[in-house]
Design a protein around this ligand. Structure first.
Ligand code: HEM
Length: 528
């Protein structure tokens, strides 16, 4: 028996880079582990094999608990320098907005919400729309969705909502009975459901959809004066496109990665998608004249009263060099604001702000902010040290390296001076557990229902009837009550659809697009 390793045609030519271990040792044999004889037991000192296989065993990090499936791209934001007819400085001192033409690099990640990392991108689901701006004052993350409102307004309900929407803990299959059980007992979700089950619940791809910060934030000017603000991304030349359920089924039968590919290929072709960033502005306060609370994320701010004011433009122009290092490890959070931007008392926003960095310390690791995709492009100087995977101290040039505390008289870091006057809201209220007033759970749902075009309303009814037809009668009745509160015709049409036996589901195992069309016709899915 010949124990010698035989040279073979896999030997790399000198022009190809040499394979090494992570220790930098050249690898001379990447085909055979080290054994006693060619049939013998392997030895434990096989460093290369052990490094390779143990690293492979750890290739995955936990996927995001929500928004696991996503696609990302790099780009730039260009400021307009004004808001309406006024200089932007009247409202915010955030530097990225000030001068017309000022450019800020950014990274965008779009996502679906409920299902896992490799789930179809055709599913009815909100779409995540998260942007990390690498500003000169550190990072600003605007973590939004495509839809402009949300299901709930209190963060305490979020884990229950996600459990109800995610697959059943026994069958591991999403179940509309569980979904609508929660929704029918959360009347504030009626407005969001109206959008979600209409074609707006399946954007055609990630380029042709809107984005929204959903929550109410604040802008603060040089004098410490604040206004309430909502952010919206409006697609420019690529426009908006949503899908009927039938169209989504047809796409899914052929390709369940269509949105990721669409974004990637458009950027490779040089067709860079663009969105305009618009703000709606309201004076800071409770606004008792409105029939909703400006801090309620289940509500739209009427555009007639609060127009969309463009403040800049985003262009996505570069694909990630590596999916995992960039798209998977990028970590956005609503707490990541820069000077001139502030939180409002929107409770959902405050709950979110704790949740994001908490999950990222677990999902990515303690030092996740040192990864290139997450690190600001400004100097970072903290006294935080240690933790898994720290690969450099956050030390400033000229800092005494012995001093990792503050205050110090020995050349450590010092506090910055305030850039402008601090915004100091005043509170005078009992500490309590209470729902906000003006819940008004149904009125805007009715307005939205009536604002849809006929085909959108028809789709909405079909999709709701389809989904509710698997639910028990108690859940159906609660939903019909809520929809009727929103609009009598809305409730009646869903009730009639259910009384006629609803729709049967299209077999999700189907692969032939021709069949999908025929089957959907037969089952009454045709919306036109
Ligand atoms: C992702 C929590 C509401 C948009 C996440 C993640 C958590 C979370 C834990 C995973 C983050 C990660 O692993 O990096 C919450 C909580 C909410 C809430 C507790 C309410 C109390 C919302 C709302 C929006 C939203 C209202 C839209 C405005 C997103 C987006 C992502 C995300 C876009 C994915 C970010 C990415 O691409 O990495 N959320 N969320 N979430 N959430 Fe929320």
């Amino acid at each position: 028996m010949n124990n010698e390793r035989q040279p073979d045609d896999r030997q790399s030519s000198d022009s190809n880079p040499t394979l090494t271990t992570r220790q930098g040792h050249p690898v001379t044999d990447n085909q055979n582990i080290r054994t006693v004889g060619d049939r013998g037991p392997s030895t434990l000192e096989n460093y290369h094999f052990i490094e390779k296989i143990t690293h492979f065993d750890r290739e995955r990090i936990p996927e995001r608990v929500v928004h696991a499936r996503g696609a990302g791209a790099h780009g730039i934001f260009e400021a307009y320098g004004h808001v309406g007819s006024e200089p932007v400085s009247a409202y915010t001192r955030a530097r990225l907005f000030q001068e017309a033409g000022k450019q800020t690099p950014l990274f965008a990640r779009f996502s679906t919400v409920i299902h896992g990392m490799h789930s179809p991108e055709t599913l009815r689901d909100p779409r995540g729309f998260a942007i990390k701006f690498y500003t000169e004052d550190g990072n600003w993350d605007l973590v939004g969705n495509n839809l402009k409102i949300f299901f709930i307004r209190d963060p305490l309900k979020f884990p229950d909502m996600v459990h109800a929407f995610k697959p059943d803990p026994i069958t591991n299959v999403q179940d509309m009975e569980r979904f609508f059980d929660f929704v029918s007992m959360s009347p504030e979700a009626t407005h969001m459901i109206t959008f979600l089950f209409s074609p707006w619940g399946i954007p055609a791809n990630y380029r042709q959809m809107q984005g929204s910060g959903v929550n109410t934030y604040k802008w603060v000017n040089q004098n410490g004066e604040a206004v309430l603000v909502k952010y919206h991304w409006e697609p420019l030349k690529q426009g908006i496109k949503n899908l009927r359920q039938r169209e989504a089924n047809e796409i899914q039968a052929l390709n369940f990665n269509h949105a990721t590919l669409d974004l990637y290929e458009a950027i490779e072709r040089g067709e860079f998608p663009e969105w305009e960033l618009c703000v709606q502005i309201m004076s800071d306060g409770e606004h008792p004249e409105l029939n909703f609370d400006p801090l309620d994320p289940t509500k739209l701010w009427p555009q007639e009263q609060f127009p969309f004011l463009p403040v800049g433009k985003m262009t996505l122009n570069r694909n990630p060099a590596d999916y995992f290092t960039e798209v998977e490890q990028v970590s956005f959070g609503t707490g990541v604001l820069v000077d001139g931007l502030d939180f409002s008392d929107d409770k959902l926003l405050q709950g979110r702000t704790f949740s994001y960095s908490d999950t990222q310390r677990y999902r990515v690791g303690t030092n996740y902010l040192q990864l290139p995709i997450n690190a600001p492009k400004t100097d970072v100087a903290t006294n935080q040290s240690g933790g898994q995977m720290l690969y450099r101290p956050d030390r400033a040039p000229g800092q005494n390296p012995h001093v990792n505390y503050e205050p110090s008289s020995l050349g450590g870091l010092h506090e910055a001076s305030e850039r402008g006057k601090e915004h100091r809201p005043h509170y005078d209220a009992d500490l309590t557990r209470q729902k906000i007033g003006r819940a008004n759970d149904f009125e805007q749902a009715g307005d939205t229902y009536r604002a849809f075009e006929d085909w959108e309303r028809d789709e909405l009814i079909d999709n709701l009837v389809d989904a509710l037809s698997v639910c028990s009668s108690g859940i159906q009745e609660r939903m019909i009550r809520h929809l009727t509160e929103a609009d009598a015709g809305y409730g009646r049409r869903v009730a009639e659809g259910l009384a006629q036996g609803g729709h049967r589901k299209i077999d999700s195992g189907q692969t032939d697009p021709e069949q999908a069309v025929d089957l959907s016709k037969r089952l009454g899915h045709e919306a036109d």
